[in-house]
Design a protein around this ligand. Structure first.
Ligand SMILES: Nc1ncnc2c1ncn2[C@@H]1O[C@H](COP(=O)(O)OP(=O)(O)OP(=O)(O)O)[C@@H](O)[C@H]1O
Length: 876
């Protein structure tokens, strides 16, 4: 490197200064320098004062930044710099030039001003770019002087000239002479600027402080922050994100409205999205005590994928600062600021103010929220207090969960009586529309308290929160179901009523207030406990009612037999026997005269037996044509005999598991008796013409008005069958032997026929009862029943004054003359009706019409059928 020549012939002042003159110049300049207060004074000193002594184009001052070993412009002469219009001018202004290049090192090493021809130094390796830029603008020479502060280089004075040999020895000597004073002037300017900056900061912070002290709401905070940040030149936008209740994410709390007004479509998403703390950026800010400056591009390259980073890139942010907002050790959130340079202290000052205000507002919001939640719980408790049934509870719950809490009720399970199983009690089926079958599978099966998820919940007092996504990853099969709702967390709590855990509740939500959750669960628990207790009570009540009904029925059937009227001692014996035998399977033989109520007793016995659910099957043995008896009783196969065109099930088979009532058993022909005996003995039968043996379980009740012992003696009834049937005989007394029953029976029948005919009988004349008691009643209760029926029909004024007791004296026989001209069939018909009337409708057996007419009972039956004689004829 070659030093430039020290003299220039074109210099405007005398090229040679006497020592005296030089001292004077130095003195004058020294005086001027002492008056320098700021950059502008310094600029004037160079551009006016020194320029008036020596020729040069312009001067700049650069300062060293020790920490990164660079120097950068501090004072620029914008008016006379020939490069100010150069394309790289701004770059040169902003640039930090390395202190490590040989050229600047030579300046540092030189003991005083040192000049260079640009041509010679600008292309040397590592030479700073401004040399070439100046050269391209016509500058030829540069005079460099290092300035010192406390014996350390502080920076450089650059003096440029577009002429050759501008820097004379005198010039250099003068510059050298004033350099110490210039150094201290520059040091003062810097210190002054720093003091000024500090003061500005202080007053800025003070303003901000007093402004923020008045802030009460989030909107006011937003305004204060906005004003402050815009004063700090943070026009590129900002957002304050608050840590959410989940402690894992941050969401926009305050954001730059100006940016919002720009109509950026992505901004909406940025505002509504919750960003995880642990995204590689936010966690770093929250872990740092000082603001962090990030290069957007570099972070993207590092693989940080957060969408907000890409958003910042999209809106042109190159660098972004993140500052932790905190109260003590508790993090509140982050202030993200689009800014290139950071004044750490100032930002920290602002952020600590924001933090305080934010903490206050949040505490305020929390109080308001808590109040709202409490009011809400109060409302809910009012609703719940009215709940009595499950559907009512369901309505109350769904209204609150869906509409107000944005929560879905996945399931309420309650403990079964055994205290081990939990059964589904209530759930929101709509939740699982997508999962249909899976839901049914899960919800319908009982689970035990050992089921791992349930066990975890039951063991907790505060409940458990399952993150749906984490549960899916860990293979929780229920979580697949939860996922269908799109909600993030499953909150489950034990339901506790009093000191008893009654079940579990499972709620899906993104987030739930613990206060509300616990409050609601407590209310629901009480409601469910009440409903369950109520259900239990109702079930007990129903059971008791049923038991009551059953007992009543039992009493009626077994001990009372309410449809059987009569309290005579003889009837009491009958009831006692009935009670003893009713619920057994024992064969009963009911004996008694015609019309004494044998069939009634048989029915009552059946109805009081365990077979009552099935119909009692009745066979009237007297009414069966002899040739059909077997088929009627045991059934036949198709073609078993002429006329058997179809298979027929016999009465025995029909009565399987029920009761077979064999009425008028004394009328059964001997042949049929043998078959009957076999079936009773074997408890199995074959249908006529059939080969298959059919097992039967039939209870037998037989009845007859014949004296069977006599019949056995007379050889008309098989002794062995008699013994089989006479296991438990019940003998019904004739009505004449229990005259005290006449009155109740009369009233009973009056009541019955009044109802049937619609004729109300209000009064019965005492004479009537006397008449009734005076009669002998050969037709027994049936005769009494028919007589009352007839009398009721004949009564028109509601008073039963008279009854028409039959007179069996033959006085009412029709005169021969009356019947002389009638056909034989008519006479036969009339006569049979007459006899039937006399026998009170009894056809066969002792005292029956058949006996009087001396024909077998079934012959009379056939005849009656042929002559079309019906009950109406002889009871009318
Ligand atoms: N104790 C009674 N209480 C009320 N009604 C009775 C009583 N006894 C009989 N009857 C009524 O009398 C009528 C005849 O009774 P039931 O048919 O049972 O008599 P029975 O002895 O079987 O007669 P039969 O020997 O002629 O077949 C029925 O309508 C029946 O309801």
């Amino acid at each position: 490197m070659k030093k430039a020549k020290s003299l220039s012939p074109e210099l405007p002042i005398p090229s040679v200064l006497t020592l005296e003159q030089e001292r004077q110049v130095l003195l004058d300049l020294g005086n001027d320098i002492t008056r320098v207060r700021d950059k502008n004074d310094l600029l004037i000193l160079f551009s006016k004062r020194i320029k008036s002594l020596f020729y040069f184009t312009h001067t700049i001052v650069t300062l060293i930044e020790a920490k990164d070993e660079t120097y950068t412009p501090f004072l620029l002469d914008n008016t006379s710099s020939p490069i100010r219009t150069h394309a790289r001018y701004q770059e040169m202004v902003d640039f930090h030039f390395s202190l490590n290049d040989p050229w600047i090192q030579s300046v540092l090493e030189a003991d005083g001003p040192i000049s260079f021809l640009l041509e010679e130094v600008m292309d040397l390796p590592q030479s700073p770019a401004f040399l070439r830029v100046n050269h391209s603008a016509g500058v030829k020479e540069i005079l460099m002087t290092k300035i010192m502060n406390k014996e350390k280089p502080m920076g450089f004075i650059h003096i440029y000239s577009d002429r050759d040999n501008s820097f004379t020895d005198e010039f250099r000597s003068i510059i050298k002479g004033i350099t110490p004073q210039l150094s201290s002037a520059i040091a003062n300017i810097i210190r002054n600027e720093e003091i000024l900056d500090k003061e500005k900061e202080k007053s800025f912070l003070l303003d901000f402080c007093s402004e923020i002290a008045m802030v009460r709401t989030r909107e006011q905070l937003a305004n204060a922050v906005h004003t402050a940040l815009y004063k700090l030149n943070a026009q590129r936008g900002y957002v304050i994100r608050k840590i959410n209740e989940d402690g894992e994410t941050l969401s926009a709390y305050i954001y730059d409205q100006q940016l919002a007004q720009s109509g950026n479509a992505d901004l909406e998403e940025m505002i509504s999205t919750s960003f995880p703390i642990n995204d590689g950026l936010q966690n770093r800010v929250l872990d740092s005590y000082i603001p962090l400056l990030f290069s957007v591009e570099r972070e993207i390259q590092r693989g940080i994928s957060s969408s907000y980073l890409h958003f910042w890139k999209k809106i042109g942010h190159k660098t972004i600062v993140g500052i932790r907002l905190h109260q003590g050790e508790t993090n509140l959130g982050i202030l993200w600021l689009g800014i290139d340079e950071i004044n750490i202290q100032l930002l920290q000052g602002i952020c600590s103010q924001i933090s305080i205000a934010m903490a206050n507002i949040m505490a305020n919001e929390q109080i308001v929220n808590t109040q709202q939640e409490q009011a809400f719980l109060l409302d809910f408790s009012k609703d719940i207090a009215l709940v009595k049934t499950k559907p009512e509870l369901e309505t109350a719950i769904f209204r609150v969960f869906d509409k107000i809490m944005h929560t879905k009720l996945a399931m309420i399970r309650v403990f079964d009586e055994d205290g081990i199983h939990l059964r589904p009690f209530m759930f929101d089926r709509t939740l699982f529309e997508n999962a249909g079958i899976l839901f049914d599978e899960l919800s319908n099966h009982l689970i035990t308290s050992d089921e791992p998820y349930t066990a975890k919940v039951l063991a907790s007092t505060e409940g458990v929160m399952f993150n749906v996504e984490e549960e899916i990853n860990s293979g929780n099969t229920y979580a697949k179901l939860w996922q269908t709702t799109g909600l993030r967390n499953m909150h489950s709590l034990p339901l506790v009523a009093g000191d008893k855990i009654i079940g579990t509740i499972w709620l899906l939500a993104d987030w739930l207030s613990q206060l509300v959750l616990k409050g609601i669960c407590a209310q629901i628990s009480v409601a469910i406990a009440n409903i369950l207790a109520n259900e239990k009570l109702l079930a007990y009540k129903k059971q008791l009612e049923q038991e009551n009904l059953y007992l009543k029925e039992q009493i009626r059937n077994i001990y009372n037999f309410s449809e059987i009227i009569g309290n005579a001692a003889a009837m009491q014996d009958v009831y006692r026997l009935m009670s003893l035998v009713a619920d057994s399977g024992t064969t009963v033989l009911v004996l008694g005269e015609t019309g004494t109520g044998k069939e009634l007793i048989a029915r009552a016995l059946h109805n009081a037996s365990p077979r009552k659910e099935k119909l009692m099957i009745k066979v009237n043995c007297a009414a069966l044509p002899a040739n059909l008896i077997e088929s009627e009783l045991f059934g036949h196969e198709r073609g078993a005999f002429t006329g058997a065109i179809d298979r027929r099930i016999g009465k025995f088979e029909l009565a399987n598991h029920s009761t077979l009532f064999l009425d008028e058993i004394g009328e059964l022909p001997l042949e049929a008796q043998a078959k009957l005996l076999r079936v009773i003995q074997e408890r199995e039968l074959e249908r006529l013409g059939g080969k298959q043996t059919i097992k039967i379980d039939v209870r037998l009740i037989a009845a007859t008005n014949r004296n069977l012992e006599e019949e056995v003696k007379a050889g008309r009834f098989r002794a062995d069958l008699y013994f089989r049937l006479n296991v438990f005989p019940i003998v019904l007394p004739p009505l004449r032997d229990r005259m005290e029953d006449i009155e109740p029976l009369t009233h009973f029948f009056i009541e019955k026929f009044s109802k049937n005919t619609g004729r109300r009988i209000r009064k019965v004349a005492p004479k009537v009862l006397q008449q009734l008691r005076a009669y002998t009643w050969p037709g027994n209760v049936r005769e009494l029943e028919h007589l009352i029926e007839r009398s009721v029909l004949l009564t028109t004024d509601g008073q039963l004054r008279d009854v028409f007791i039959p007179k069996h004296n033959g006085a009412d026989k029709p005169e021969l003359a009356q019947i002389a001209n009638l056909p034989l069939e008519e006479i036969e018909r009339g006569y049979i009706i007459e006899v039937l009337k006399r026998c009170s409708g009894k056809i066969s057996g002792a005292g029956g019409a058949a006996e009087i007419l001396k024909v077998p009972g079934n012959t009379l039956h056939s005849k009656m059928k042929k002559l079309k004689i019906t009950k109406a004829d002889y009871f009318a």
